[in-house]
Ligand binder design. Structure first.
Ligand code: SIN
Length: 317
């Protein structure tokens, strides 16, 4: 069921959903982030009616999400927090590139007290394509944002609703490019109606306001890098990062958090020198299962890129 009467705020950040190619048949040689969010909304028949009230478009950024910056995250979090606090706003939709969408989703999940829906959506085909997927994704995102009881930071793409914690981009070309792994999707959007498979994500009470203040006031984000364990890995990268003043390192370990002995020695030295080290797995599904006596803490189920965001937030001054 959907409800009407309050505003849906759509925040544009760029991505392929706003991309343009020279020809309609070109799905890879396009420039992302060319079309304004207002224009994107106008191009979707029935979107205003689906919103059931006002649709307010705001351009927060216009970038290819591979180039996502902390300054954009900060502006986005600040605007989301003010919109969530506005009683006239029913929910938020954010248009975003697919490449780092899971990172922005996890960042927002970590800093917003989202008792209303914050729905990120995207496209794998540019707006100029023969069959662009952006318009349907926008309609589906608005359907989620207007669903009674919807809350939390979620991702909607190709008719599937994903939670921010588990969602990952798993394909570089397919329109159905996202997956929630073992957890499965939160639900689906079918003909404008949401069919839930799991509960909506719970809101973050109490921690949100201080987190937003820290982010907005932070002059320089903590430096946290990701290194990977693989055959023949060495500690050279870690040693050089430590010399360069890194504050945190996430290791994308093999299997259940196993690390090549040479890399592990360097990480243990880094940890002893005061660098925060977190162990995630490079496996696309499952999570590191901690064992008694583990010398390096695990990422509590977060993928390497999401563990990096959590560590940066933890290290914010
Ligand atoms: C981007 O991430 O901004 C470009 C790629 C995409 O949206 O699919």
């Amino acid at each position: 069921m959907q409800v009407s009467g309050q505003k849906i705020v759509v925040l544009g950040t760029g991505g392929t959903i706003a991309g343009k190619a020279a020809t309609a048949g070109d799905n890879i040689g396009y420039a992302a982030a060319q079309v304004g969010v207002e224009q994107l909304l106008h191009a979707v028949p029935g979107l205003k009616a689906a919103a059931g009230g006002d649709l307010l478009a705001e351009q927060i950024a216009q970038l290819d999400s591979k180039d996502m910056e902390f300054s954009v995250w900060s502006a986005l979090a600040k605007r989301c927090a003010s919109a969530l606090a506005d009683p006239g706003v029913r929910g938020l939709v954010i248009t975003h590139g697919t490449d780092t969408l899971e990172e922005t989703a996890w960042f927002l999940r970590s800093v917003l007290d989202a008792r209303k829906p914050v729905v990120l959506t995207c496209a794998m085909r540019p707006a100029t394509a023969l069959t662009p997927d952006g318009p349907q994704n926008l309609l589906d995102a608005v359907a989620v944002a207007t669903t009674v009881g919807a809350q939390g930071v979620v991702v909607v793409a190709a008719g599937v609703v994903h939670g921010a914690q588990r969602v990952q981009k798993v394909h570089p070309y397919r329109v159905d490019a996202f997956n929630s792994g073992d957890a499965g999707p939160l639900g689906w959007v079918e003909e404008g109606a949401v069919r839930l498979a799991q509960n909506w994500p719970s809101a973050l009470s109490g921690q949100a306001q201080p987190a937003i203040e820290k982010i907005v006031n932070c002059a320089r984000w903590p430096r946290v890098e990701i290194v990977m364990s693989y055959a023949g890995a060495t500690g050279a990268l870690v040693n050089s990062l430590v010399r360069d003043g890194v504050q945190g390192i996430v290791v994308a370990a093999t299997g259940n958090g196993a690390i090549h002995h040479a890399l592990e020695s360097a990480l243990l030295r880094a940890q002893a020198a005061g660098v925060k080290v977190v162990r995630s797995t490079r496996c696309p599904q499952g999570q590191v299962l901690p064992k008694p006596g583990d010398a390096l803490p695990d990422s509590r189920g977060l993928s390497p890129v999401k563990a990096r965001i959590s560590l940066m937030l933890e290290l914010l001054p």
